[in-house]
Write a protein of this length. Structure first.
Length: 245
């Protein structure tokens, strides 16, 4: 019989815990949330209620080690049979973690280094994510291969942010992505998802642009955004104020 050795990692420190400069945060369960840091460490935290004294305590659950640079975005997605956490680092690497025990399920090399990533959103099909950064293009990535399957091109300036809009659809199946660049251009992208399962491909079938440089355009845009879930109105309006007439 072959005996397998179980290695359980643990960490010790003195009265002062290691520094954890939080750069991003998501909630994965009602009482569990995840934070990324400047150092590249990812921490899972648990909210514990003490009904006797009426207090809520935040305690660390586990630390995920794998990135060497700042964590700029986190997502929670289903990955095969796992409830997974996807992390994006400024060095262009992506890691996929099991949220239950912290095991790294899949990791990329510096796939996105040239894009200097800053933002990451899910496409909504359970297979693809979209990443943007200090670059004029965004990229669509298959999480099961961690390869770029399509580029979103059309902006002339760097992208300030990218947003997934599950409530805005051209048809019942085509997801909509919004991208905003530093020259105050907002673009709407209609992405046509074809095939099935993990081999889905992406085709960009339509895009429209709107300059955010007039008060009426900002007001109209705000009304549109108020009907969606995943867009920050403040982010969009700040861009428009820069070139307002």
């Amino acid at each position: 019989m072959v005996l397998q050795k179980l290695v359980v990692p643990f960490a010790l420190w003195t009265e002062k815990a290691p520094k954890h400069d939080i750069t991003c945060m998501i909630s994965i369960k009602s009482k569990i949330f995840v934070t990324g840091s400047n150092s590249g460490k990812i921490c899972l935290w648990k909210l514990e209620e003490n009904n006797e004294v009426g207090e809520i305590r935040i305690s660390p659950k586990m630390v995920l080690l794998g990135h060497s640079k700042t964590i700029c975005a986190l997502l929670s997605l289903r990955f095969n049979l796992y409830e997974a956490i996807i992390s994006l680092s400024k060095d262009g690497t992506i890691c996929i973690w099991d949220s239950k025990d912290g095991m790294c399920l899949f990791a990329s090399n510096e796939l996105l280094k040239e894009y200097k990533p800053t933002h990451m959103v899910e496409l909504g099909d359970g297979v693809h994510i979209v990443v943007s950064g200090n670059h004029s293009n965004a990229v669509i990535i298959n999480i099961y291969t961690l390869k770029i399957v399509s580029n979103i091109t059309g902006h002339k300036d760097w992208l300030r942010g990218i947003f997934s809009c599950p409530n805005l659809k051209v048809s019942s199946i085509d997801p909509i992505i919004l991208s905003i660049s530093y020259d105050s251009i907002l673009r709407f992208w209609c992405l046509n998802v074809t095939a099935t399962d993990k081999e889905k491909s992406i085709e960009i079938t339509q895009n429209n642009k709107s300059p955010l440089n007039k008060s009426k355009q900002r007001q109209r845009l705000q009304r549109q955004i108020n009907n969606t879930n995943n867009i920050s109105t403040d982010d969009v309006l700040k861009l428009g104020k820069g070139n307002s007439e």
